[in-house]
Design a binder for this molecule. Structure first.
Ligand code: NAD
Length: 319
């Protein structure tokens, strides 16, 4: 993951320290604090100061951009010369991300279930930076309930955010990208659960399967405007969304065992895939889903019914 070329020696040492503590943190709880400390300086000194140019002059609109995967994609895009508009409903997180990213970043508070918010958000990219080239749709969450016990409200919450929110986002991103006349790319964040069922997550799995399909339909409809539409389906990634998993080491280990590469994903893993798909290297890729899951799709998803008490609150934690 040493994608920053031409660093000074202190930065090279910082990169090595980052990798060592990251590996340590994956195996040993006591390494976590040290890793967080090194990660802070690594991001400040290496990622934020080392500019590439794979996305030079491009503008990206990112839903769910204040946290986890969306935030990491924003950070990687800025390091490659892009400017970003981050759309999220979490005011506090938006404030903190704006402080970290500075003038290359504009934040818009809004909810992906409200079409008017997305229309305003995508327009903000053009108002502020003059154009829109890339849409990233990452806002999402899940709630745990068996089909026989799930309420209409629980079902609607997940479907509205994870599927209807992606439809609204694509609609308004595409309209703004079409206006620039040069084409662009929309990348939807689905999940391993778009194909691998997980009991208790019927709404989430259904929504994510829908995201894969709307990606393919979008690719057909938008190809003539030179807009590529792609999807990334991550396996388990270390973000606030699944932070509660660490309270249950046996389930956490099962998720790791589920992936042939034997570790949980990092947000950098997903940001790397999102950089490839947004870059000219992927100029003939559309309608496709890239699984970034350590190979998790090759195996079965962990049996979740042994861990019900934990799962009831898990995927909405921290909101
Ligand atoms: N973390 C994982 O293991 C994992 C695995 C597969 C797929 N995903 C998907 O990746 C995407 C990002 O998840 P993450 O892990 O970065 O989670 P996260 O909780 O760190 O970030 C999600 C962001 O979306 C925002 N959000 C949620 N609902 C919103 C709404 N209605 N309107 C506007 N913003 C809203 C949240 O405020 C948050 O900032 C989600 O779609 C998730 O389903 C995550």
């Amino acid at each position: 993951m040493l994608y920053n070329q031409g660093n000074s020696y202190p930065n090279a040492y910082l990169q090595i320290l980052f990798q060592i503590t990251r590996l340590g943190a994956l195996w040993e709880r006591n390494f976590k604090g040290l890793h967080q400390f090194v990660k802070y300086y690594y991001h400040k000194e290496v990622i934020m100061t080392t500019k590439g140019n794979r996305l030079k002059e491009r503008v990206a609109f990112i839903t769910g951009g204040a946290s986890g995967i969306g935030r990491a994609i924003a950070e990687r895009y800025i390091s490659e010369g892009a400017r970003v508009v981050l759309f999220d409903r979490n005011t506090e997180l938006l404030k903190s991300v704006k402080e970290d990213f500075g003038e290359d970043c504009v934040t818009v508070e809004g909810d992906v279930t409200a079409e008017a918010d997305l229309e305003r958000g995508a327009a903000e990219a053009v108002k502020h930076f003059g154009r829109l080239d890339i849409g990233i749709n990452s806002a999402g969450l899940g709630t745990y309930a068996y089909i026989t016990e799930q309420t209409e409200e629980q079902w609607d919450t997940v479907i509205d955010i994870c599927l209807k929110g992606v439809f609204f986002s694509m609609k308004h991103e595409a309209r703004q990208i079409m206006a620039n006349g040069e084409g662009g790319v929309i990348i939807n964040i689905a999940s391993l659960n778009s194909r691998q069922p997980a009991e208790g997550y019927s709404a989430y799995c259904s929504a994510k399967a829908g995201v894969e399909m709307i990606t393919r339909v979008g690719a057909m409809e938008m190809g003539s405007y030179k807009i590529r539409v792609c999807c990334i389906s991550p396996g388990a990634v270390d973000t606030p969304l699944i932070a509660g998993l660490k309270d249950n080491p046996s389930l956490f280990e099962e998720l790791i065992d589920n992936a042939p590469l034997g570790r949980i994903g990092t947000t950098d893993d997903i940001a790397g895939a999102a950089l490839y798909l947004a870059s000219d290297d992927a100029s003939w890729v559309t309608g496709d889903t890239l699984f970034v899951d350590g190979g998790g799709l090759t195996k079965r998803y962990p049996i979740l019914s042994d861990h019900i008490p934990l799962l009831k609150g898990l995927m909405t934690k921290g909101k």
